[in-house]
Design a protein around this ligand. Structure first.
Ligand SMILES: *[C@@H]1O[C@H](CO)[C@@H](O)[C@H](O)[C@H]1NC(C)=O
Ligand SMILES: *[C@@H]1O[C@H](CO)[C@@H](O)[C@H](O)[C@H]1NC(C)=O
Ligand SMILES: *[C@@H]1O[C@H](CO)[C@@H](O)[C@H](O)[C@H]1NC(C)=O
Ligand SMILES: *[C@@H]1O[C@H](CO)[C@@H](O)[C@H](O)[C@H]1NC(C)=O
Ligand SMILES: *[C@@H]1O[C@H](CO)[C@@H](O)[C@H](O)[C@H]1NC(C)=O
Ligand SMILES: *[C@@H]1O[C@H](CO)[C@@H](O)[C@H](O)[C@H]1NC(C)=O
Ligand SMILES: *[C@@H]1O[C@H](CO)[C@@H](O)[C@H](O)[C@H]1NC(C)=O
Length: 437
């Protein structure tokens, strides 16, 4: 009798276990506050709201940590507004997210294979795996990384298509949609960070076969926590890492700051600890402060709008999303009879998207820019007499310290009404130009 109950009880327990733990199968779905757990209890998956956002996303986070740390998001750029009418389930051979009374498709694993998915399993390494009835892997989240690179995952370069997988930052702390910063592997075996998919501002240097580290990351040598390996054959190459001690919790993130960060969890003070990050300085992140913003390593926050400008979106700015940059406080009027002036910005690293207008004197450079309404700013290089002009954006502006030899002066076009008061700063700025058409 007792053993009968034990058998019955275990059967009952097992069936609950199967339907509520690590698997989404044909007859189990995820909705509302339901979650699944990886078998070793490391990760949990379900709906979450980032920060104060009203939006819901399907995400994966560490189960045991007191701070919810999301490592993967399914519907990154397609949030749902009501987690109770949204459902994640296996349908038509895919894992899909449906929303509302009409069960509108929101997100899908997008497979078109002949073998249909049987179930999706959340593994203890943080990989969500879609399997068919023979147990073969049809799709895995490790092939579709978001901003987080967990131990065991790979970022591959495909030598046939010449394309790399990417780690992409969130747009802001409350918006997991793909932001402007991404990490990828190139054919020279170097990892590089790109702004907006094209402008590179950091590289790891190529993988060095002899020293077993990336050329520009010598600090990898001093490590006793991570096990690194680089793989390369005729069709692909990739780098991967794991923990020597699997109890150590660590993740690499393409952060909203535009820096790549390796963070480790420290149990004794219950928080993430920054182990390593690149580029070192915030202002080395390309165009971090957006157009007409200026980055200053010595100020908090790092980004400020140039004089006469304000954040395009104060809300995004407060969430550390500076990508939209700044706009003029008043619309710049540039026509006959309207006074424009140039404000000197001293000790700045000049933005690199300039046009060389010609070889000329300082004053002709200034009056030429003034006479052309598409000239937003100019600078004059004394040694070469080159006249540099910025016509659309002033992007990637970096405030340097007074004695920095790379420092230059940029002259920014403003409406006269937006100029700083002459009493406060005008007198001392002889270089300020006032002119009329
Ligand atoms: C999916 O299959 C359909 C029908 O076989 C085909 O027309 C379509 O191009 C396929 N899509 C992809 C992304 O492979
Ligand atoms: C990023 O590049 C796209 C074109 O590829 C462009 O349309 C977009 O404006 C760029 N974003 C920013 C913030 O400059
Ligand atoms: C590393 O060395 C091996 C053997 O010398 C070579 O086959 C391989 O291509 C090298 N890998 C890289 C990334 O240079
Ligand atoms: C390269 O390695 C991958 C496994 O990582 C394998 O699938 C592929 O077939 C290999 N390519 C060649 C040409 O050996
Ligand atoms: C790694 O784990 C060991 C043992 O659990 C612990 O003593 C150590 O502080 C951890 N190190 C890091 C960087 O988390
Ligand atoms: C203003 O400058 C732009 C960029 O150099 C140039 O294409 C344009 O022709 C100029 N306009 C006038 C009126 O000179
Ligand atoms: C500039 O002058 C105006 C009027 O004279 C005054 O209201 C304003 O506070 C001044 N601003 C600064 C920054 O001194």
């Amino acid at each position: 009798m007792v053993s009968f109950f034990i058998v019955l009880f275990s059967f009952f327990f097992l069936s609950i276990h199967v339907s509520t733990t690590d698997t989404i199968s044909a007859d189990s779905t995820l909705s509302g506050d339901q979650t699944i757990f990886s078998s070793g209890g490391t990760f949990k998956m379900g709906f979450f709201q980032p920060g104060n956002s009203k939006n819901f996303y399907i995400g994966m986070w560490y189960q045991q940590l007191p701070v919810q740390t999301v490592v993967w998001v399914a519907n990154r750029d397609k949030p749902v507004s009501d987690k109770n009418t949204a459902v994640l389930k296996i349908s038509n051979g895919n894992l899909v997210l449906l929303e509302g009374n009409n069960q509108t498709p929101v997100w899908s694993t997008g497979l078109n294979s002949s073998s249909a998915a049987l179930d999706a399993v959340l593994q203890d390494d943080g990989n969500l795996v879609l399997r068919d009835d023979s147990g073969s892997v049809l799709w895995q989240s490790f092939d579709h990384l978001g901003d987080t690179w967990l131990p065991g995952a790979k970022i591959r370069y495909d030598k046939r298509t010449k394309k790399s997988q990417r780690l992409t930052s969130w747009t802001s702390l409350e918006d997991p949609s793909p932001g402007l910063f991404s990490l990828e592997l190139d054919e020279s075996t170097a990892y590089k960070i790109l702004w907006n998919g094209s402008t590179q501002y950091w590289s790891s240097g190529p993988w060095n076969n002899k020293s077993k580290l990336f050329d520009s990351v010598p600090e990898m040598r001093l490590n006793y926590i991570f096990k690194y390996s680089f793989f390369s054959n005729a069709t692909e190459s990739y780098f991967t890492y794991s923990m020597y001690d699997p109890r150590n919790i660590s993740r690499l993130v393409m952060d909203v700051s535009g820096q790549v960060k390796q963070l480790s969890w420290l149990n004794n003070n219950d928080q993430w600890n920054l182990f390593w990050s690149q580029p070192r300085q915030q202002c080395q992140v390309y165009a971090y402060c957006g157009s007409f913003g200026i980055c200053n390593e010595k100020s908090q926050p790092f980004c400020q709008c140039l004089h006469g400008f304000r954040p395009d979106s104060q809300k995004d700015w407060d969430l550390m999303d500076y990508s939209a940059g700044c706009v003029g406080k008043t619309e710049l009027q540039c026509s006959r009879g309207v006074i424009n002036q140039f404000m000197p910005l001293t000790n700045v690293k000049l933005p690199d998207n300039f046009e060389v207008w010609g070889i000329t004197s300082f004053s002709i450079c200034g009056s030429t820019c003034l006479g052309n309404c598409s000239c937003m700013a100019y600078a004059h290089d004394e040694s070469s007499n080159r006249c540099l002009m910025w016509t659309n954006d002033v992007l990637n502006l970096h405030q340097l310290e007074k004695d920095n030899s790379e420092g230059n002066t940029l002259y920014l076009r403003l409406s006269a009404s937006d100029m700083p008061n002459s009493s406060s700063s005008g007198k001392s700025n002889k270089a300020m130009i006032l002119a009329r058409f």
